[in-house]
Ligand binder design. Structure first.
Ligand SMILES: [Zn+2]
Length: 341
């Protein structure tokens, strides 16, 4: 009989392998940082050791084969967020600009339950297990906001959500009696995205992409309209968000553009290269460096959903049913939208 912790870890691999198929398939881009990176000053009141200098980080190359110098640690917790205690704390380093934007957005959008941030990357970037990208300090995974069985805010977990916005925290995958039904909290998730988009500066290091399954992307857009969110914010989200080959039905993957200060120092942005971004850089006297992933880049160990499922051992019936249902939105193109590629 399989032990629960083994099963749990295996499902997390299914759930968290945002890199494998997804990032290999898309040739995206990356980086981001805030505008005045050189003069940026953080005012947080963390108890954690402060980074030596926010401007010291340097993202080099692209998200799929780059690296990072002077990586800044996301604190284990701060206003409105916590780094997922189930993830390797060595994987919480990003550019100064990305970390600052995440912290500011989480604080601005803070609700009853902290947002949970999963992997960024290593202090020096480079290959990282379970991800095809996350190598240059400009990629971040964030769990969705969610609600529990009675509608109360629920601490985010790596559960996938179906087109009706329903999910399950299966916990012990062999035990059907400990399952917790969840619902996708589109409002709270939108608030974080809205804070990220509205807190950015087109001439800084704005969000370049949000990887998320199409049915939740649609729910986020509908929610934003219902909340009467700013048109420009909704349009920006609609433009930059898409579903990659790995469906991202259990977390958001955020990618930021290169900070302007990093561009002359080797930071490269993969596609898409939006006109608004090019114009903002031109206003700074900069030209975007276009990146194409090198096919011979060192590969990190990744696990496909099928491999993880095979390794998970016994799964109770409802877990198996969920994994089967996921194939509908993992393997078939969703109507009306292109994949992220
Ligand atoms: Zn990711």
């Amino acid at each position: 009989m399989i032990r629960a912790p083994t099963a749990r870890v295996a499902l997390l691999l299914v759930v968290a392998a945002c890199g494998a198929g997804a990032m290999a398939a898309e040739t995206a881009t990356d980086t981001d940082t805030e505008a005045e990176a050189e003069t940026e000053t953080e005012t947080e009141t963390e108890t954690e050791t402060r980074p030596p200098s926010p401007s010291a980080s340097r993202s080099i190359g692209g998200p799929n084969d780059g690296r990072l110098e002077g990586g800044v640690a996301l604190p284990l917790e701060g206003p409105g967020f916590r780094f997922n205690p189930r993830r390797d704390p060595a994987a919480r380093f990003g550019t100064a600009e990305v970390v600052a934007q995440l912290r500011a957005a989480a604080e601005r959008a803070a609700g009853e339950v902290p947002f949970v941030i999963n992997d960024l990357g290593y202090r020096e970037g480079g290959p990282i297990p379970h991800h095809g990208s996350h190598r240059a300090g400009r990629d971040v995974d964030v769990l969705f906001a969610m609600r529990g069985p009675t509608g109360e805010p629920h601490p985010p977990v790596g559960a996938f959500f179906d087109p009706a916005g329903r999910g399950v925290d299966f916990r012990d995958l062999t035990d059907p009696t400990d399952d917790v039904p969840l619902t996708f909290d589109a409002t709270r998730t939108w608030r974080l995205l809205e804070a990220l988009i509205e807190g950015e500066d087109d001439a800084g290091a704005p969000l370049q992409r949000v990887f998320v399954v199409e049915h939740l992307r649609s729910a986020l857009l509908a929610t934003a309209a219902r909340l009467d969110a700013r048109r420009a914010t909704r349009d920006r989200f609609a433009m930059i968000s898409c579903q990659p080959g790995s469906p991202h039905d259990d977390h958001l993957h955020l990618r930021f553009f290169c900070a302007p200060k990093d561009i002359p120092r080797g930071c490269e942005d993969t596609a898409p290269h939006y006109p608004w971004r090019r114009r903002a850089l031109e206003g700074l006297g900069l030209t975007m460096r276009r990146h194409r992933p090198r096919p011979d880049r060192p590969r990190a160990a990744t696990v496909s959903a099928a491999e993880a499922r095979a390794a998970a051992g016994p799964l109770h019936t409802e877990v198996r049913r969920w994994l089967d249902r996921r194939e509908a939105w993992s393997e078939a193109p969703h109507p009306g939208r292109p994949w992220c590629r």
